[in-house]
Design a protein around this ligand. Structure first.
Ligand SMILES: Nc1nc2c(ncn2[C@@H]2O[C@H](COP(=O)(O)OP(=O)(O)OP(=O)(O)O)[C@@H](O)[C@H]2O)c(=O)[nH]1
Ligand SMILES: [Mg+2]
Length: 237
């Protein structure tokens, strides 16, 4: 029997830079959304940090004066889209096991929302702090939702998710009296990873802190409408 050396190396010439292609596609999507005055906001977090709850309250407040659409990614079920449908056109993207959304899935789902010329397009990614951090969806803003029940040590443990985000929303602040969570420690840890981060702390349940959050979103949207882009410190990608 002829044994082929397992250690033999072969140089394979790769003709396509897949990552560069994905970056270009994301940039092109972002430019298209900017040109039509749509601010694209993507939410990432651990499972259950409160993304859908925050989107329910946010859509409730913005819808009316603004046109809001929501795409929501989960491994299984339509549950989040059904929750959000009460407040805005919503479409679930079920990944069937994949731990993050990708731009082709987003582009395929978008027509299901009808006319896609929204003022705000929110994209809730699959709940985890690992895979979504490595995939661009052409968003203007990447918002990391960190709930106080997760522990204040998470920024240091999941640095890429924090480094690639522009905004951190500290959620479920109504639970602060009951859990050992130092806001100062979490913020310091996060700022060490990403000094440019903008912070909000809020409770969707109690509807505390939502005014400042929605005001920030309106300001970013106005910027996109006026200039065709988001300020550099808020631009994802
Ligand atoms: N106490 C409290 N609970 C909250 C708050 N926001 C959300 N929750 C609860 O947290 C749980 C998860 O909330 P969701 O909004 O579904 O979280 P999610 O991040 O969308 O979850 P996945 O999509 O499964 O990753 C639910 O039981 C919510 O009622 C809050 O501000 N305070
Ligand atoms: Mg959700």
């Amino acid at each position: 029997m002829k044994i082929t050396p397992a250690t033999q190396e072969q140089v394979v010439s790769v003709q396509r830079d897949v990552r560069a292609e994905r970056r270009a596609a994301a940039e092109s999507f972002r430019r298209r959304m900017s040109a039509q005055g749509t601010l694209v906001v993507r939410l990432i977090s651990s499972p259950g940090a409160g993304k859908t709850s925050l989107l329910e309250k946010t859509a409730q407040r913005l819808q009316g004066p603004f046109r809001v659409g929501v795409l929501v990614g989960d491994i299984e079920t339509e549950r989040d889209a059904l929750r959000l449908a009460a407040y805005a056109p919503s479409k679930q993207i079920t990944t069937g096991g994949a731990c993050h959304l990708e731009l082709p899935l987003v582009e395929r789902a978008l027509p299901a929302l009808g006319d896609d010329r929204f003022d705000f397009l929110f994209i809730e990614d699959v709940g985890n702090l690992i895979c979504p951090a490595s995939h661009e969806l052409g968003e203007h803003l990447r918002v990391l939702v960190l709930s106080v029940t997760e522990g204040d040590d998470k920024p240091g443990k999941y640095p890429k998710a924090f480094r690639t985000s522009q905004v951190v929303v500290l959620s479920k602040t109504d639970l602060l009296p009951y859990v050992p969570f130092s806001v100062e420690r979490a913020l310091a840890d996060a700022r060490q990873v990403q000094p440019q981060l903008t912070f909000f702390s809020l409770s969707s349940l109690r509807e505390d802190g939502l005014d400042a959050w929605c005001e920030f979103l309106r300001a970013r949207h106005a910027e996109v409408v006026a200039t065709g882009r988001c300020s550099p410190q808020f631009l994802s990608g």
